[in-house]
Each structure stands twice: as structure tokens, then as C-alpha cells.
Design a protein around this ligand. Structure first.
Ligand SMILES: [Zn+2]
Length: 251
């Protein structure tokens, strides 16, 4: 069963009306949603499903649905928080709900996620690890040279301040195959499967403000200025050929 993923075309949607497709031990499957399922290094959304009678089922996490063999399907499952059993037992397929994300939390994820794309511009090395949470983000680069925390922080602040616009686009699988260098991550595969791959562009490709262009299925802010007060909190030598950059919020 397929869930229409409204957040892919508009990351700013905070809620939507939806119909329940099914409920099982994994959670609640909806026909459409604004909840981002964990993937590509980005944490899944939390929030609530508002029922017609005004009660709300608390949602702790969001995941891609899996088939009997454990392979991800085109469905999105809303994972209830503990203690929702009574409300879940009364919920039936076909019922209408309002799916509402925890927007404050999601906006932090969008700001951090967009900041990791700026790091890809500042550190033009392959990425071999990524984790984006509401409280911190980290990006691991496959490289042997040290990174300068102060210089990286200053570069990030400059790109945020420059207010570069973001554009969501798409390229065909064939175009991506012909341009493998577009894929900056060794650990996260581009979101293939439909014949086209979603892309995120930062800056104007026709000028020196071209900042970053890569396949990505995550949620981002529309302009780098919206990232706000993100700082480089730590740089770690994870291994001989891996450097970890950790981002946090300015106090
Ligand atoms: Zn992204």
C-alpha cells in the first residue's frame, strides 16, 4: 500500500487530512502524510494523529513500511508512543484523521539537514556517515587531512548569512548514472525507484553562487538564512581516513 508523501514537494506542510489504510503492531499506515520516515540520515518525525472526536494519538516516530521479507514498501508507518493502546484499538481502516507533525522539532531537522549540504560544499570530500537529530547533526568525511573547526564554522556562518535559495528538482536515473560524481555520500543511496531521483540545489547554478547540488530525499529549508544559529561544535578524527564534523545550536 502506498502513502502519498506530501513532505517531498512541500517540507513546510505541518498537517494534512488522511485516511487510515491499516493498523498493525508496527503502527498506523495512512494514504497520505506530512510525516517524514527515518532515512538518509534524517530522524523520523513525531507528532499526533487527531481523531474525528478530538482525541489524539501521540506518534513517537515514523518509518517506511516493510513487506513480509523486510523490504521497504511505498507505505509510511506512524509509530505510536507508549500508552496509546486504547485509542489504537478503537481506530479502524477507512477512518479519517488529521496528521500533524511536531513542527518545532521538524524545523530543527530541516535546518540541520540543510546545513549538512553546506558542509558538503565546504569540505569537498566523500561522505561516509550522516546523522541528523533535533539536537545535533554529524557528517563523516572520508579524508585523511585535518579539518579546521574555526574556518569551517566561519564558512558555514558566511553561507547561512548569504541567504542562498534552495530548489527541489529531479533528474532521471540515466542522468544520475551518467554523473556519478553528483552522489556525495558513500553511505546513503539516492532515493531511486520511480525512474527519477529527487535533487536539492543550493545557489544559482549559472553563477559563482552555485553551492551544492545532490540527490536527496530529505526535508530542507527554502533559504540558507533560515538555518540560523548553527555552529560547528566538534571535529573528531573518527579513524585514520575519516573526519567527523558535529553541528549544534548556538547557546
Ligand atoms: Zn538533503
Amino acid at each position: 500500500m502506498t502513502t502519498d508523501d506530501l513532505f517531498r514537494s512541500d517540507a513546510y506542510l505541518r498537517e494534512c487530512e488522511a485516511r487510515v489504510l491499516g493498523i498493525d503492531e508496527a503502527g498506523v499506515l495512512l494514504d497520505r502524510t506530512v510525516f517524514y520516515p527515518v532515512g538518509g540520515g534524517q530522524a523520523g518525525d513525531s507528532g499526533e494523529l487527531l481523531l474525528a472526536d478530538g482525541r489524539a494519538i501521540a506518534i513517537a516516530d515514523t518509518r517506511k513500511a516493510k513487506d513480509a521479507e523486510g523490504k521497504p514498501t511505498a507505505g509510511i508507518v506512524h509509530v505510536p508512543a507508549p500508552g496509546q493502546e486504547t485509542l489504537l484499538a478503537a481506530l479502524a481502516a477507512g477512518e479519517r484523521v488529521t496528521a500533524r507533525i511536531d513542527w518545532e522539532r521538524r524545523h530543527r531537522l530541516m535546518r540541520f539537514h540543510t546545513a549538512t549540504h553546506l558542509l558538503c560544499h565546504l569540505v569537498p570530500q566523500p561522505v561516509n556517515g550522516c546523522s541528523i537529530t533535533p539536537d545535533y547533526a554529524r557528517l563523516d568525511f572520508h579524508m585523511t587531512e585535518p579539518l579546521d573547526k574555526e574556518a569551517l564554522g566561519a564558512g558555514l556562518a558566511r553561507l547561512v548569512e548569504a541567504a542562498h535559495p534552495l530548489a527541489v528538482g529531479a533528474i532521471s536515473d540515466a542522468e544520475l548514472d551518467a554523473n556519478p560524481a553528483l552522489v556525495k555520500s558513500m553511505s546513503v543511496q539516492p532515493p531511486r525507484g520511480t525512474g527519477t531521483v529527487r535533487t536539492i540545489r543550493i545557489g544559482d547554478p549559472a553563477s559563482e553562487t552555485a553551492i551544492d547540488f545532490q540527490p536527496c530525499g530529505g526535508t530542507h529549508v527554502a533559504n540558507t538564512r533560515e538555518i540560523g544559529a548553527v555552529i560547528v561544535t566538534k571535529i573528531e578524527k573518527k579513524s585514520a581516513n575519516s573526519r567527523r564534523v558535529v553541528l549544534g545550536w548556538a547557546a
